[in-house]
Design a protein around this ligand. Structure first.
Ligand SMILES: CC(=O)N[C@H]1[C@@H](OP(=O)(O)OP(=O)(O)OC[C@H]2O[C@@H](n3ccc(=O)[nH]c3=O)[C@H](O)[C@@H]2O)O[C@H](CO)[C@@H](O)[C@@H]1O
Length: 376
């Protein structure tokens, strides 16, 4: 099989795509994969790092208000559709899958125009603009939250979950990954991060909490986000608390699949891919939804887990150092509450998401024998 995958900008759109590619390579070892992204998105680094061929097109997002910049955006969209068509024709895929982010727009649109079977994967409970636009043209819409179905043509939707859930759930024990971070195996571990790019608000509150956290019996692995790690506002404090035995602060956690398998609790934004990971593992969490995303979709993502008893939610404007400490303590120092939350989280997970998505791919790529086929 030959497949083009496209999606990007942030990790939440890229990791599900990569997880599905990893899975495909296990079930169809001779699969040929091409990833189409942009030069500016995180995918430009992550995709080649994963040994996957990358081609790029140039796109930019629409501004919400009337802006002269939107003329440039339309021009770039049309140009990128043309460029994508050229790449698609030359690669000749059996299927094109888009996982969201601006770049998926022109690529999936171009593929649909060329009558190639197409799938979009929507990670969130409220879809982004790109996927809403594309849903008119694609063959199938794969969902990770049933609620998102309301925004798409119902005949095209199918619930698959998020492939990253399967990747974290399928991991075979890899030894004590925490020792790579100078942490120990026999302490409870809280992993803190603010989505794939880091979050200023979480960093500010964690910095407030660090003096107390350094005295705790549990340990903390904390990713600040690349852009904040060396920032004047934080770098000295990070260096100081990196000396504490139970705290490790890094810009980014590259081996998150392994780290999550060794974690006891997560404090993070409520990006959909993160939620798919923690539910697949049955990991309790404290979620601080970003208020800066389309239609406040992270709050909806977090509310779904909170309602299921799988997470605690702290609103962005209520996040302080003290709020962090009391939320962590309330879970790690109360075994019964912790176990309940872990069980509830596991019930929300879809650890077979790639199997489900693969089934959809097979359904829409089945070639009907033409009259000329020998056995047709
Ligand atoms: C600001 C923004 O637009 N955020 C959106 C973006 O989020 P964003 O990319 O931040 O969010 P997600 O939480 O969905 O995914 C983050 C991914 O990065 C990984 N990770 C994170 C930190 C780290 O140090 N190492 C690491 O590997 C996580 O394990 C996860 O796989 O896409 C998501 C999925 O469509 C949306 O739900 C989010 O609302």
């Amino acid at each position: 099989m030959k497949i083009i995958v496209t999606g990007g900008g942030t990790g939440g759109h890229i990791y599900p795509a990569l997880s599905f590619i990893h899975y495909l390579r296990t079930v169809e070892p001779d699969v040929e994969v091409l990833y189409i992204g942009t030069e500016k998105g995180l995918e430009a680094k992550i995709v080649p790092d994963n040994g996957i061929r990358l081609e790029t097109v140039d796109v930019q997002g629409f501004k919400r208000s009337l802006s002269p910049d939107n003329v440039k955006t339309v021009y770039k969209f049309l140009k990128s559709v043309k460029d994508a068509k050229k790449i698609i024709k030359s690669f000749a895929p059996d299927v094109v899958i888009g996982t969201g982010g601006y770049v998926a727009g022109p690529v999936v649109y171009a593929a649909a125009g060329l009558k190639i079977p197409t799938i979009i994967h929507e990670q969130n409970s409220i879809p982004g603009v790109t996927n809403k636009f594309l849903s008119r043209y694609v063959t199938r819409v794969a969902l990770a939250f049933q609620e998102a179905g309301a925004f798409f043509p119902s005949a095209k939707t199918v619930f698959t979950g998020n492939p990253r859930a399967q990747e974290v759930a399928d991991l075979v024990e890899t030894g004590n990954v925490l020792s790579q971070y100078d942490l120990v195996a026999n302490k409870k571990t809280v992993v803190i991060f603010g989505g794939s790019r880091g979050a200023l608000k979480i960093n500010t509150a964690v910095v407030e909490a660090l003096p107390e956290l350094a005295k705790k019996t549990y340990q903390i692995l904390y990713a600040s986000g690349e852009i904040y790690f060396n920032d004047d506002e934080f770098s000295e404090t990070f260096a100081k608390y990196n000396q504490a035995d139970n705290i490790k602060i890094v810009p980014y956690i590259k081996n998150m699949v392994e780290v999550l398998n060794d974690a006891d609790l997560i404090l993070s934004r409520a990006g959909a891919t993160t939620l798919a990971e923690i539910t697949a593992l049955g990991l309790p969490s404290i979620l601080v939804p970003s208020p800066y995303v389309t239609a406040d979709h992270q709050t909806k993502n977090a509310e779904a887990l909170q309602k299921a008893g799988a997470s605690l939610m702290i609103k962005n404007d209520q996040l302080t150092g003290n709020a962090i400490i009391s939320a962590i303590d309330s879970l790690l120092l109360d075994d019964k509450k912790y176990r309940e939350m872990a069980d509830n989280a596991l019930r929300e997970g879809t650890p077979d998401a790639s199997v489900r998505l693969y089934k959809v791919v097979k359904e829409i790529t089945v070639k009907t024998p033409s009259k000329g086929d020998a056995n047709g």
